[in-house]
Ligand binder design. Structure first.
Ligand code: 3EB
Length: 343
């Protein structure tokens, strides 16, 4: 496989130039590695820990068959292997208070982050965003000052969509798979995987496309697709975006974490079915996916664990405590799987 997922980088490969990038779940690392690594500072509730490692963190990595090269551009730490690029950008909102000029600093920071990412992708000749991981502090909070009264996730959505439109990129239809998750603190953190070919977007017939959500969820709709099929050399990867208990555009099962978990899993099953209609490789199945679960209340884990582990059919599951982008959502689940492709 050109791009291989390593669920625990406890065993660092000897050839570290094969590490395209990583995500660390758990407390912040003392030292940052040489490769782009997204720090997801969230308590780990469940994971597959190799024996003899401290079980409060997991570093997941993307390893490439080809050697990588990289750099730092506009604060983006990135590496590319052949025609795949992974990068991580962290921005401190406080640096955008002056630049914001009447808008919320988070909105200004979000627009600037995406502007920088698009600039790097153009410079590298790899214009197509495949998958984006967005993390921000206090996602359901409302700030004082500019943007006052608007939930911070909604501020983020304005900045993100502005940057897509400014760069003449579609904000509907052909948009990347993504997640947008709240952490207890820290900077705006965005990781992304990009390539030379367009992602094949996948939508969910049980849900209104997020980019068509009505204004009751914020002045600008979120810019992501429910899933994306992407194609590294001789490979097909399915990225299922963060998926929650939403039917149509409404949250269902408010206050019922078990019900929300079931509904999110049904949404994922539906997205897999839709993806399989356009997949170039064999059909994807629930049991071959890697799942990352975000749970708003850590105490809810025992209430969902059994049903979740049954529905994921032996697929790897990692669960962290984090906030979801609507105050009434208690759980969100994302997943991916990779197939070899004959060419
Ligand atoms: C939803 O379906 C839940 O704003 O990038 C899921 C995945 C969600 C991605 C994003 C938001 C995002 O609306 C929230």
């Amino acid at each position: 496989m050109f791009l291989r997922f390593e669920p625990s980088l406890a065993a660092v490969p000897r050839e570290t130039d094969r590490i395209l990038g990583a995500a660390r779940l758990g407390p912040a690392a003392v030292a940052r590695p040489d490769w782009p690594c997204q720090q997801v500072t969230a308590p780990l509730l469940f994971g597959h820990f190799p024996a003899s490692t401290v079980q409060d963190e997991l570093t997941e990595a993307w390893l490439s068959a080809a050697p990588t090269q990289g750099g730092v551009s506009d604060g983006i730490v990135w590496r590319r292997a052949g025609e795949l690029l992974y990068g991580v950008l962290e921005l401190d909102e406080a640096d955008f208070i002056d630049a914001a000029a009447g808008m919320a600093p988070l909105q200004a920071a979000s627009a600037e982050a995406y502007r920088r990412i698009f600039r790097l992708l153009e410079a590298q000749g790899l214009p197509h965003l495949w998958r984006i991981w967005n993390y921000l502090a206090d996602i359901n909070g409302e700030s004082d000052g500019p943007g006052q009264g608007l939930e911070r996730y909604r501020q983020f959505n304005i900045g993100r969509q502005d940057a897509f439109l400014e760069a003449d990129r579609a904000a509907v239809g052909n948009v990347p798979a993504a997640c947008a998750i709240g952490l207890a603190g820290g900077p705006l953190s965005i990781a992304f995987l990009a390539g030379p070919t367009p992602a094949v977007p996948v939508e969910n017939p049980r849900q209104l496309s997020a980019y068509h959500y009505p204004a009751e969820y914020g002045p600008r709709s979120p810019t992501f697709s429910r899933a994306a099929l992407v194609h590294p050399p001789s490979q097909e990867i399915l990225f299922v975006s963060g998926t929650a208990s939403i039917v149509g555009h409404r949250t269902v099962h408010p206050g019922d974490v078990a019900g929300q978990c079931r509904e999110a899993l049904l949404n994922i099953a539906t997205v897999i079915t839709e993806a399989n209609r356009v997949a170039r490789s064999r059909p994807f199945t629930a049991g071959e996916l890697d799942y990352r679960v975000y749970l708003r209340d850590a105490a809810d884990w025992p209430a969902i664990a059994e049903a979740l582990l049954a529905a994921t059919e032996g697929g790897r599951v990692v669960c962290v405590q984090a906030d979801i982008c609507r105050a009434d959502l208690l759980i969100e689940i994302e997943a991916f799987a990779s197939h070899a492709l004959e060419d």
